[in-house]
Design a protein around this ligand. Sequence first.
Ligand code: ZN
Length: 382
Amino acid sequence: MNKKAILSLVTATLLVTTCGASDETKKSDAILQAMVKDMQKVAENSTQNIDVQDSKKVEKVEQKLSSIGEDKTIEAIISVSTESAGESSASKPFDYKLEPTQVAENVWCFFGAIEKPTKENAGNMANNCYIKTENSFVVMDTGPSFQFAKQAYASMKKIADLPVSHIIISHEHDDHWLGNDFYKKAFNTKLIGPDSVNTEYKEGTPTRMFNVLPKNAIEGTHIIKLDEVPKEKTSITVGGEKFDIIPMDTKAHTGDDIFVYMPERKVLFAGDLVMNGRITSGRHGSVMGQLKALAMMQKLDWKILVPGHGVITDGTAMDEASLYFKLTKERILKALDEDIDATEINEAVKLIEFKDKAMYDILNAQNIGFAYEELEMLDEDE
Ligand SMILES: [Zn+2]
């Protein structure tokens, strides 16, 4: 929060007060002073993470103050002030309205919306799954906030009153693991995932969720370290359920992806190596790595595949992803053969087959741009 903004607001408030020299104004000196004090407190306590929200509130108040104009009355000023105070002390947590869907025996998932994170969805746009074992739950990804994790667990507790013993995180994007701290605090859960979560993030890192989510959703969320960062395939058995934890040895969706296979249940948790119903985000990824990951998954005998985003979990769950990366590679290589340069590539390769998928307009052109850079290098190497 910008102290300057707050102080200018305070000044504006004082001006409004001193200019309107009616008796009514003078009588309310005490109220106004309290208001000013409050605002100063906000200015002192503010941190970078709540910047956006608070400055929006200041803007709103400023707009209203100016709209009060010459006819300002104490009631009008006070109503503006309490409205803003009410918003900033919103104590009721965001209600994610989470309902688990059973996808296999002992496996439930919370499916997020197929869209980008917004104030409205509060980051509930990635998938988070629970596997019930004999004495505990194992959890795949933990969602975008402490509050999300807390509500997901409360919902699962109604199905089985068990602690969460293990968490496996698929990759470093923060919509997938900012719930970790809830489980650590509640159950001292063992956190397993990619090293990049430990090397790239620490308490206070202003990740996307901290910037986008409403305060009553992100509040109380802390970044903590993972306990184990497997570098090669690792199998664990928890309460009779076996999990193969498989880290990618090459950049795919990110530089450091993990997918998880339950060989006995034939269930695969793909993380963001697979999405369906929407376009993937290629900004940290690699087309060649993605194709390799998809080929590895194809070799496994899964019956259910849970994508990182999207609701299709049957035998067709990875078809969209396979086609998307296959066509991306083929068409860009063809364009390179035809000497199409970087400035022309979005005209030449549009992947029109995917135009009706969610987030096509936001992500497809940039994905093609990143893929072009990658494949151009590859082409030169050959
Ligand atoms: Zn994601």
